[in-house]
Each structure stands twice: as structure tokens, then as C-alpha cells.
Ligand binder design. Structure first.
Ligand SMILES: [Zn+2]
Length: 414
């Protein structure tokens, strides 16, 4: 067996032919002169064969997978051909996409690694600077997303997330039926969400959205009502509970300020206990909270109200949920606790969209599940400097896109 044949077997370069090889950089780089195996030059746009009109002498270089610590590089001078439809074009290269500097195999490896680890860790394995890897990944994601259109969107979710230690925000748009992320935009608020509706969806698509879920910020609720005329908006249950817990914490902080040292130690550790769901509480916890009835009436009152509020999610009929909520709001107002009264005002503003959960319980599993994964991606890298990198990682793991479709199956083996 000749050297070239052995090399192509070891490197599994079945689809193309090695014509020469040489080592460089103290044997750490293996350079291969290659050419497409079957000598028909095709148009990259339509795949038809074209007449060769120019044999270029300009060699281009592609980086392939590293084998045994040796970097493999491919060299070839692409020909120019004449396509009956597209005119003068550069021929298709079977091992890489048109403008890429790396092979499909490396692209595939890069995407697979980044799905399970940080860009930094993947860069270490692939022996390239992290910035290079980020750029390469960004090119792949951009390429795959360019050809993609949103389809069959019926249930929309909108949420915001902070990246870079809570200073910068991004708005995420979900397809809640498919549990995929459709869009990531810099910033939060009306201008950002408007950009999604204007740039990504047609008028017909907006009309076909029947359900939407978001938090209680005016920006999102009003944008959804404005753009999607046929949508039933359901406020994300998670955000309602979060707002209530915040109100409860205000009460605790308020009390804390007015107490002496002894009183403070009596309500120590209460912060987490108050926000805890009744189902997760131990008997001891409940006993402790009940004991507050005598020592700290205000906190006790607020807590009882909060515990009662949780019952709303058990209602199945809109009318009974409305009745319950109204009764609860009256009781909360009567408590004369400012933060709870404020919470009641919020409830009143979104009343219809909150009790809409009885029509369809959109929240829990899907949206929160996606959110949790996004947070894992964020925490894994302990924050991102810019949105591009963060968005790439989100699309890679949860995006509504099909990377395998963009990489020939025979080159996805490694
Ligand atoms: Zn063509």
C-alpha cells in the first residue's frame, strides 16, 4: 500500500484524493494536497456540473481535525466554472462549505463539543485560541440561521435574561410547543420585542399565534397585544409568584429594620422560608411560621396570605378562579401592608391575563425548563462578554435550527 493510500485510510478521507503530503513545524502539522475525488466540478448554488473555465493557481487552506496531536491541513486551488444558471462561480468543495476556512468535520466536532462544554474548554481540546473558536462558531450559527425560517408558530413565549452579571439584558423568544428558542435580542423592553415581531414574522404568521406567555412588564404584554390580534395572553405563573415573593420579602425587610438584636435573631433565616412553596416545607418549618402569629403579626399575616394565594393554581374554571382572586385581593388590601397592596395593583392591571391560565396552563414545564438550560449555559461560562457568544451557545443547544442538515452525513462520523 502506498503512503497516500495509507494516509487517506487513516484520516478517513474517502471522498477526496490526496495527491501529496508534507510535515511542518517540527512534525506538529500535516499538510495534504487534496482534490475532489470525482473530477466533476459542480456549482455550489444548484449542484449542476459546469464547464471549467479557469484552473486557478491560488491555493486555499482548510483546517481539518487534529489527529494524535497533529494538526491536519488541506490544500487545494478551487477551479472556476461556468454554470448555465449562475454564470461564473467557484466550484463546490466537498469537504467544506463555500467560504469556510475549516472542514465540515471540524465544524461538526466544534458544534458537538460546544453543546456540552464551554467555548474555552472546547478551544483547549481543539488546540485553538478561544476567540478563534468563537468566531468560527458564530459563522456556523449565522450560516445555519440564515437559511432558516420560523414555521408553524402557535404558542409564543417571551422572557428576559441578564448576562454579564446582571448588567446587560437579552430578550428570548420561545416556541413553547416545540420547546425551542426562536430569537435572542440585545436589550429588554418594547423596542427589543418590536424588533422580533417586525423582522422575523409576517403578518399572517402573527395572526396565527394563538397563545402567548410572558411576564408582567407592560412592554411585553402591550407588544404582544399590538402585534398578535388573535392571541390569548397568559401571564407566566412563575412571574406572578416571583412578584408575590418579592412583596413578602419587603415586609420582612421592613420588620427587620424596626427590630432590636433579639427580635432580629428570632426571624433569622426567614427569607428563604417565606418564599418556599407549601409543598416543599417541612412540618418544623410550618410550625415555626405559625409561631410568628404571636411574635410578629405582620409577617405572619403576609405569609398566610401568600400561602392562600398558591391555591389559585388549582382552579380549573375561569369563573371560580376569578372569584377566588377577587376575594384574595380584598383580603390583601385589608391587611394594610403597603407592598402587598402594590402587588394587588399589579394583579388588577393584569387580571384577565392572569386568570387566563384556566384556559390553557402554558407555564411550568416548557418555559421554565428552557430557562433553566439557558441559565446553565450562562453559568457554565460564568457570564458572557457579548451577546453574540451567548446567543450562539443558546441557539446551538436550544435553537430552532437544524445543524446536521448543513453538514454532509458522511462527514459527521467523527
Ligand atoms: Zn448554478
Amino acid at each position: 500500500m502506498g503512503n497516500l493510500k495509507l494516509l487517506s485510510k487513516i484520516l478517513r478521507l474517502k471522498q477526496f484524493k490526496i495527491t501529496d503530503f508534507w510535515f511542518k513545524n517540527r512534525d506538529t502539522e500535516l499538510h495534504l494536497a487534496v482534490k475532489p475525488y470525482k473530477n466533476g466540478s459542480c456549482c455550489p448554488a444548484c449542484g449542476r456540473r459546469g464547464k471549467i473555465i479557469h484552473h486557478s493557481k491560488e491555493f486555499r487552506r482548510w483546517e481539518d481535525l487534529t489527529v494524535m496531536g497533529i494538526k491536519v491541513l488541506l490544500w487545494y486551488a478551487p477551479k472556476e466554472i461556468h454554470c448555465p444558471t449562475h454564470g461564473r462561480v467557484q466550484e463546490t468543495i466537498p469537504w467544506a462549505t463555500t467560504y469556510s476556512r475549516i472542514t465540515y468535520r471540524l465544524e461538526w466536532r466544534l458544534c458537538s463539543l460546544c453543546q456540552i462544554m464551554t467555548q474555552k474548554a472546547a478551544a483547549e481540546i481543539l488546540k485553538m485560541p478561544t476567540s478563534t473558536l468563537s468566531n468560527l462558531l458564530h459563522r456556523i450559527i449565522t450560516r445555519v440561521r440564515d437559511g432558516h425560517k420560523i414555521r408553524g408558530l402557535v404558542t409564543l413565549g417571551v422572557d428576559e435574561i441578564s448576562f454579564l452579571k446582571g448588567h446587560k439584558y437579552a430578550t428570548l423568544v420561545y416556541d413553547l410547543d416545540r420547546s425551542r428558542i426562536l430569537w435572542v435580542g440585545q436589550g429588554k423592553g418594547r423596542a427589543t420585542i418590536d424588533r422580533f415581531f417586525n423582522e422575523c414574522l409576517s403578518k399572517g404568521q402573527k395572526a396565527r399565534i394563538l397563545w402567548a406567555s410572558c411576564d408582567m412588564s407592560r412592554a411585553y404584554t402591550e407588544a404582544i397585544k399590538h402585534h398578535c390580534p388573535n392571541t390569548t395572553l397568559v401571564i407566566d405563573r412563575f412571574h406572578v409568584v416571583k412578584a408575590l415573593n418579592q412583596a413578602l420579602d419587603e415586609v420582612r425587610k421592613d420588620e427587620w429594620r424596626g427590630l432590636d438584636k433579639e427580635g432580629r435573631s428570632a426571624i433569622k433565616g426567614l427569607r428563604w422560608l417565606l418564599s418556599m412553596n407549601a409543598r416543599n416545607r417541612s412540618k418544623g418549618n410550618t410550625r415555626f411560621l405559625n409561631s410568628l402569629r404571636n411574635s410578629n403579626r405582620r409577617i405572619h399575616r403576609a405569609w398566610v396570605l401568600k400561602d392562600e394565594f398558591e391555591h389559585i393554581w388549582n382552579y380549573r374554571y375561569r369563573a371560580s378562579a376569578e372569584k377566588f382572586l377577587k376575594r384574595w385581593m380584598t383580603a390583601a388590601l385589608r391587611s394594610r401592608i403597603p407592598s402587598l397592596r402594590q402587588f394587588v395593583t399589579t394583579l388588577r392591571n393584569h387580571f384577565d391575563n392572569i386568570v387566563a391560565f384556566t384556559d390553557r396552563n402554558l407555564t411550568n414545564a416548557v418555559g421554565e425548563g428552557l430557562n433553566r438550560i439557558v441559565k446553565i449555559i450562562k453559568n457554565r461560562a460564568s457570564g458572557y462578554r457579548n451577546l453574540d457568544n451567548f446567543a450562539d451557545m443558546i441557539f446551538l443547544t436550544l435553537g430552532d435550527m437544524d445543524i446536521p442538515a448543513h453538514i454532509p452525513s458522511e462527514l459527521r462520523t467523527l
